[in-house]
Design a protein around this ligand. Structure first.
Ligand code: PEP
Length: 248
């Protein structure tokens, strides 16, 4: 039985005042079945951990470097995130794949760095609109999954987030059939490669999840939760998503 996960990605949003929103998520996060995670900008990780005290809300980073330390100006290591109190880190978000030319091999190396620091890697994969429209979705997702997920992935150290690039921040959402097709495919691939650990890995859907569409998305097979961008910035919206997931 996989625990559900409601994960928020604040992207490059949030100053200290935004932490009042995280504090306002504490009551909704006190569920029995659903884990709650907020991935803040690196500058807020330590203060978010303090703000989450007394709750079950986990705090994560949005990226980490593959190396443990060294001459990488502006980068953050897995050890630094863990030292700040993070327990998760997003790797391979499509915005980083595009903005920073991150390849599957780089994403796999970053995910290994996460494991080395006892961080759960939330590994993101997903097709572009062109790839969807030309019928390449499963090929693209399969290649990214295989190339971005390290051999040492387990149900405890890895979460997969299926995020169609064209659905992120656009308000466009795949049909429930399309989501189900990709999630079932990901599950099959994970089980073929990792056996029982592949069965235990959580697979999140991400891309314009909102309170108004959460319940129907969470009813789709092999959807174990969501990675949420815009709707994780406001406690009212994210609390409704947590509640919908907990009820699914
Ligand atoms: C994301 O940032 O991963 C995301 C899914 O964003 P949004 O929910 O805003 O589409």
């Amino acid at each position: 039985m996989r625990r559900k996960l409601a994960a928020g990605n604040w992207k490059m949003n949030g100053l200290a005042a935004q932490l009042t929103e995280l504090e306002a998520m504490k009551p909704a996060a006190a569920t029995q079945q659903t884990d709650v995670l907020i991935c803040t900008p690196a500058t807020l990780v330590s203060r978010a951990v303090d703000a989450a005290a007394g709750s079950t809300i986990a705090v994560g980073g949005q990226d980490c470097h593959a190396n443990a330390s060294g001459a990488h100006t502006g980068d953050i290591s897995g050890a630094m995130l863990a030292d700040a109190g993070a327990t998760y880190v997003i790797t391979g978000h499509s915005e980083r794949r595009v903005d920073h030319a991150e390849t599957d091999a780089i994403v796999a190396a970053k995910s290994e760095a996460a494991y080395a620091n006892d961080l759960v890697a939330v590994i993101c994969i997903g097709e572009s609109l062109d790839e969807r429209e030309s019928g390449k979705t499963l090929d693209v997702v399969g290649t990214q999954l295989a190339g971005s997920t390290p051999a040492g992935a387990t149900g405890a150290n890895t979460v997969i987030a299926y995020e169609p690039v064209w659905a992120i921040g656009t308000g466009k959402v795949p049909t429930l059939e399309q989501i189900g097709e990709v999630h079932d495919f990901i599950r099959t691939q994970l089980v073929e490669r990792f056996g029982a650990e592949g069965e235990a890995m959580r697979v999140l859907y991400g891309g314009s999840v909102k309170p108004s569409n959460a319940t129907e998305i969470f009813a789709v097979s092999n959807v174990d939760g969501a990675l949420v961008g815009g709707a994780s910035l406001k406690a009212d919206d994210f609390n409704a998503i947590i509640t919908a997931l907990d009820a699914a």
